[in-house]
Structure formats: structure tokens, C-alpha cells
Design a protein around this ligand. Structure first.
Ligand code: GNR
Ligand code: NI
Length: 173
């Protein structure tokens, strides 16, 4: 399995609406395995295809403990129900490393999606999993968590990203 490069903001690929997956083939299976390996290595609890430069509607998540993996593969998701109850909690994103902000989301969601082999599935989640599913589905629509916070906080985070990049360019690791 390969570790893929994770794209950081700002990058136009992270702001692009992704296209539905149509081919459930070996290339897709390999991409999913590589994305899982990349997510575990990062480490993160979710990873969407556009974060690795693939503009297709799929993501992986795993909220299990490190010694008990529980990978979930989500392809072509749609939110069928969102609770009217909302909650605000801190989020991070592998495409905005070391940046965190509180984001308001639906407390619970039900999604319909396809699995690895194209099989139809439905999942109802609340708490952190519901938050993560909404964060990942946003990625597929070209939306980052910073697009859901105040303009002031977003500007502060994007300035910190630009500063971190400048410092990396000055003295690469
Ligand atoms: O690793 C991640 N943690 C996280 C924490 C709170 C809400 C969402 C997330 S997803 C994030 C990984 C990521 O960037 N997925 O796109
Ligand atoms: Ni993210």
C-alpha cells in the first residue's frame, strides 16, 4: 500500500465539486486501500479523495481505537436526514495542519452511500461520527471547515497557513 501526498489549502482542488464514482473496479479498491493507509499514517479519523488529488465522491473514516481498526468506506454519499439539533465542536483537517476551530453542524445525520463493491448502504450517526461524515461530505463539494466559520477566524487560519508555507520554503525539512 502506498502513502499518498495530502494536499494543503489553499489549493483549487480542495475547492472543486467532485464527480460521482462510476467504476467499482480494481483501481478504486487500490485507491481506497492507499487512502486508508494514508489516513492511519497521518494520523486522522477521515480522509476524502480530493485531499489526495482525486476529484471523485468518496472518503474513508475510522473512529476506532488504534488497536481495533474499524474502517468505513463511503462512496457517492447523500445526506438523507439531518437532525434539527445542532452542536458546535472543534475540528481539524489534514489539509489545514495544526489549525483548529469550532464548527456548527447537525448533531445527527443519516446518509445513503455505496460501499467498495457498489452495494447500497445507509448509516445513521451522531456525535463525532456525524461530525466527521459532514466534514468529509463537505470536502466532496469543495467545502473546507474554514468555509463554515467567521471570516475573521478564516482569515487568521489562512494567514497562518501562508506563514507556515513561507517558513517551509525558507528552510525545507
Ligand atoms: O482527523 C480529522 N479529525 C477531525 C476532527 C473533528 C472533525 C473532523 C475531523 S476530520 C479530520 C481529518 C480530515 O481532514 N478529514 O477530511
Ligand atoms: Ni478534512
Amino acid at each position: 500500500m502506498a502513502i499518498l501526498e495530502i494536499i494543503e489549502a489553499p489549493d483549487p482542488r480542495l475547492s472543486t465539486k467532485c464527480q460521482p464514482v462510476e467504476r467499482f473496479d480494481g483501481a478504486l479498491a487500490r485507491l481506497l486501500d492507499d487512502m486508508l493507509a494514508t489516513m492511519y499514517r497521518a494520523p486522522g479519523i477521515g480522509l476524502a479523495a480530493p485531499q489526495v488529488g482525486v476529484l471523485q465522491r468518496l472518503f474513508v473514516v475510522d473512529l476506532g481505537p488504534e488497536d481495533e481498526r474499524a474502517p468505513l468506506v463511503v462512496i457517492n454519499p447523500e445526506i438523507v436526514t439531518r437532525s434539527s439539533a445542532i452542536s458546535s465542536a472543534e475540528e481539524g483537517c489534514l489539509s489545514l495542519p495544526k489549525q483548529y476551530a469550532d464548527v456548527v453542524r447537525a448533531e445527527a445525520v443519516t446518509i445513503r452511500f455505496q460501499g467498495r463493491q457498489g452495494e447500497l448502504q445507509e448509516l445513521t450517526a451522531d456525535g463525532l461520527l456525524a461530525r466527521c461524515l459532514q466534514h468529509e461530505i463537505d470536502h466532496l463539494d469543495g467545502v473546507l471547515f474554514v468555509d463554515r466559520i467567521s471570516a475573521l477566524k478564516r482569515t487568521m487560519i489562512m494567514r497562518r497557513m501562508a506563514k507556515a508555507r513561507r517558513e517551509r520554503l525558507r528552510s525545507p525539512a
